[in-house]
Design a protein around this ligand. Structure first.
Ligand SMILES: [Zn+2]
Length: 228
């Protein structure tokens, strides 16, 4: 019996567990997009939420105490990105840190040679390829979940970065099944990324947040927000 087999079995059991009615009403209340999914997709999503909640660790920051409402609202949005694909549930991610609202992160950046820069940066969320953690501001988690039509969603943004890390590179491409899929992904993405950069430079507003013009990884996160 391999570890993989045990993991699969544990996950199958979690998915088959009855989904608490109070949790479901948190999702329908806080994340209206859920109601627009087909019944089959709703079942799939709730199954993923059970696995996600069992496997990921949540931690409150800045004096916040994490509640079921927070865990479930975050999990439901994060698991939307797992529908209809083979998934290992964000394997690089262990912990989700939740702040009450935007927070200031202190960062030392390496600018080259012996030059380092200390900077305080105001953030709503953050994740990194080697961090194993993902940070979210609860106020913005809730706002993003409640509004399905503004093209903004903090949870989808940060978890899109985690999908991007599935193949161990922050290059704007999640793990894909075949070489042909990577080729077509790369073709479409290069074209659209260049178009967004050009629009950004020319000051033309597009449906995509121009933050996506920063680099391919941010582009993927921004288009994920806009798609949903
Ligand atoms: Zn980002």
């Amino acid at each position: 019996m391999t570890l993989g087999f045990l993991k699969q079995r544990r996950r199958r059991n979690l998915k088959e567990k009855r989904f608490p009615a109070s949790w479901r009403s948190i999702i329908t209340r806080n994340f209206p997009m859920f109601r627009r999914l087909s019944p089959a997709d709703q079942v799939e999503l709730l199954g993923h939420v059970q696995v996600f909640l069992a496997e990921k660790h949540f931690e409150g920051c800045g004096g916040l105490e994490v509640t079921d409402e927070m865990r479930i609202t975050i999990a439901a949005q994060a698991c939307l990105l797992l529908l209809h694909r083979e998934t290992d549930y964000y394997p690089q991610l262990t912990s989700i840190l939740v702040y009450p609202s935007g927070y200031t992160a202190h960062e030392t950046r390496h600018l080259g040679a012996n030059i380092w820069q200390d900077a305080d940066e105001y953030r709503l969320g953050h994740t990194g390829r080697r961090l194993g953690s993902l940070v979210l501001a609860w106020e913005d988690v809730r706002r993003g979940a409640a509004n399905a039509s503004d093209g903004r969603n903090l949870v989808l943004h940060e978890f899109a970065h985690q999908l991007d890390f599935e193949d161990y590179a922050a290059d704007g491409a999640p793990a894909l099944a075949t070489k042909a899929e990577y080729q077509s992904w790369s073709r479409v993405m290069s074209r659209e990324f260049a178009a967004l950069r050009a629009a950004d430079e020319a000051g033309i507003a597009t449906v995509l947040d121009t933050y996506g013009a920063e680099n391919p990884a941010e582009f993927f996160a921004v288009v994920t927000e806009a798609f949903f």
